[in-house]
Structure formats: structure tokens, C-alpha cells
Write a protein that binds this ligand. Structure first.
Ligand SMILES: [Zn+2]
Length: 161
């Protein structure tokens, strides 16, 4: 049986995404890296930390272009998104040594997408027992300081081109 990830703050995220004016990804790409938790910027796509993570180090890779339809990704966007995800795995491995990863696209609200009109690939590091560990994280509300620190570590460890 597959264990369901229990992440109650995701509901808060869905709500926040609905209430937010403008697109969180387009806002993030315009802001400075520390504020927007951007870890790395490529040519066509960029990597940022999820402010409402499933796990510590939960990254998202999105095209710079505001596009909501997975099928409308250009070849170079699709390629770079996956290359960045691969670099993200390497960077997470070096920094936090997770035991596994979930990579996935949530397309549509019913599939768990908080933001439906700017496609993004989730990269979630996994540790044995992290489903037990996460309610603890929920209680402390995922401290912003923690995210800023995590962003700094990952940005510093990201491979230079
Ligand atoms: Zn956007």
C-alpha cells in the first residue's frame, strides 16, 4: 500500500495561491533570489524552493514563460526543466543526502496543483520516516529562516556551468 503524504499546510498553500494577485512564478522570477527563494536561474527555466513544502528541500522547476499547458512547452524549455531537475537531484544529494526523490507534474487543481496557469515540475527529496516527521514541521509552520538558509545552501552547492 502506498502511504499518503500528509501535508496540511498544502491546504493553506492552495488558499494562498487562490488569494494571491498575479502568478507566484512570474513574481518570483522578477524578485531577487533571496526573497523569492530562487536557487538557480537557467536560460529558459529556473529553480525555486516551495514555500509550502512536502519535505525540507522541496524544489520546483518552472519555465520563465507563463504557460499553463504542459503540451505547449517548447523543446528547449522541456529539456532545460529536466536538466535542472537532474542538477537539483545532484545538489540535494550533496547538501542533504536524501534517500530518494519524487519528481512530478501536478496538472490541474484536482491533481494537486496550487498554481494551475504556470506549469512546474516538483522535485521532492525523501527520507525514510519523513511521513512521520512532517506533522512536526507543520506545527512549526515551516520557518521562513529555515527556507532562506536552505536556499543559500543549495544555491552555493549548485554546479557552475
Ligand atoms: Zn507565471
Amino acid at each position: 500500500m502506498t502511504k499518503q503524504l500528509w501535508a496540511p499546510w498544502r491546504l493553506e498553500y492552495m488558499q494562498a495561491a487562490d488569494e494571491q494577485e498575479g502568478c507566484v512564478f512570474c513574481l518570483a522570477k522578477a524578485e531577487n533570489d533571496e526573497e523569492s527563494l530562487v536557487v538557480h536561474r537557467g536560460q529558459h527555466a529556473f529553480v525555486l524552493l516551495n514555500k509550502f513544502p512536502y519535505a525540507s528541500g522541496h524544489l520546483m522547476v518552472a519555465p520563465f514563460r507563463h504557460v499553463g499547458d504542459f503540451g505547449e512547452l517548447e523543446d528547449e524549455e522541456a529539456l532545460e526543466i529536466h536538466r535542472l531537475a537532474s542538477q537539483g537531484i545532484g545538489t540535494l544529494a550533496e547538501t542533504f543526502a536524501p534517500q530518494g526523490y519524487n519528481l512530478g507534474w501536478n496538472l490541474g487543481r484536482i491533481a494537486g496543483a496550487g498554481v494551475v496557469d504556470h506549469v512546474h515540475l516538483h522535485l521532492v527529496p525523501r527520507w525514510a520516516g519523513d511521513t512521520n516527521f512532517m506533522p512536526v514541521l507543520a506545527d512549526v509552520k515551516v520557518l521562513p529562516e529555515h527556507l532562506v538558509e536552505t536556499r543559500g545552501k543549495l544555491a552555493a552547492a549548485w554546479p557552475r556551468a
